[in-house]
Design a protein around this ligand. Structure first.
Ligand code: 4FV
Length: 245
């Protein structure tokens, strides 16, 4: 997966993409990440990238020309690039979207600043708008990092040979079951016995039940779109039943 990041702050990406799993994935060439400074595509000596909004109002707006030239510089190298604009007005980012983005060989992530980018950029160049959440950031850079991190986990080899992102939380849209490791007892809190039983079918039904319980308690909205088996529905009845006594 190749990712071109269009930003006014390329240095923001240096360390997050150098550490840990993502850093190793870049080293191993599983993902190629390049930052493109939009300011390099200004044509005036003061390298101006923003201006006051037409119609008045607070703040500044990113000018269309530098952004357009920056995007065209990427498209001139590969016209199949899929251009994503990170914005609160975008569609909600989630695991399914992360998986779909990971199937694009070449992504361009456009990071806004100030009040946003001149809307003509959307019409002329943007294939998809994505929001990482209903809150306002100072810039799209952190959102771009979130998207790169979540999508990269679907690239074969990024999570290591035996791991695949297919088993994670939100896999068939349930929250993950509780995890434990040594020590068995900590300050009087013990690990559920079943996990030390070696009885794999008991362990997996315990995990399934806890994933259902946690999802029912915390994210009942996810249960609605989960494809639950008859076994799951029986477990949920037990959970609902146990809740009432
Ligand atoms: C954002 C979000 C976000 C809006 C104004 C950048 C900021 C500033 N991006 N998901 N939430 N962007 O808040 O993606 O230009």
């Amino acid at each position: 997966m190749r990712v071109d990041i269009l930003t006014l702050f390329p240095d923001m990406f240096s360390s997050p993409l150098r550490e840990s799993i993502l850093g190793k994935a870049v080293e191993r060439g599983l993902i190629q990440i390049r930052t493109i400074n939009i300011r390099d595509f200004t044509s005036d000596k003061h390298k101006v990238v923003d201006d006051t909004p037409y119609g008045g109002g607070q703040g500044m707006v990113m000018k269309v020309e530098p952004v357009a030239r920056a995007i065209e510089s990427v498209k001139s190298q590969n016209s199949d690039v899929w251009t994503v604009y990170l914005t609160p007005q975008g569609g909600p980012f989630n695991q399914d979207l992360a998986r779909r983005l990971s199937t694009h060989p070449h992504l361009a992530l456009l990071c806004g600043r100030y009040e946003g980018i001149d809307d003509r950029v959307r019409d002329l160049f943007v294939d998809e708008e994505i929001s990482i959440g209903d809150y306002v950031l100072t810039g799209g850079e952190l959102a771009a990092m979130v998207v790169i991190d979540a999508a990269s986990r679907f690239i074969p080899g990024v999570l290591g040979s035996d791991r695949s992102a297919e088993e994670d939380s939100f896999f068939n849209s349930l929250l993950e079951y509780p995890q434990y490791t040594r020590p068995f007892e900590f300050r009087g809190c013990c690990v559920p016995e079943v996990l030390l039983s070696g009885n794999h079918s008991a362990i997996s039904s315990w995990r399934r039940k806890e994933a259902l319980r946690r999802t029912w308690m915390r994210r009942p909205d996810l249960l609605v779109k989960a494809n639950l088996s008859e076994e799951d529905k029986k477990l949920l009845e037990e959970i609902r039943g146990s809740k009432d006594d």
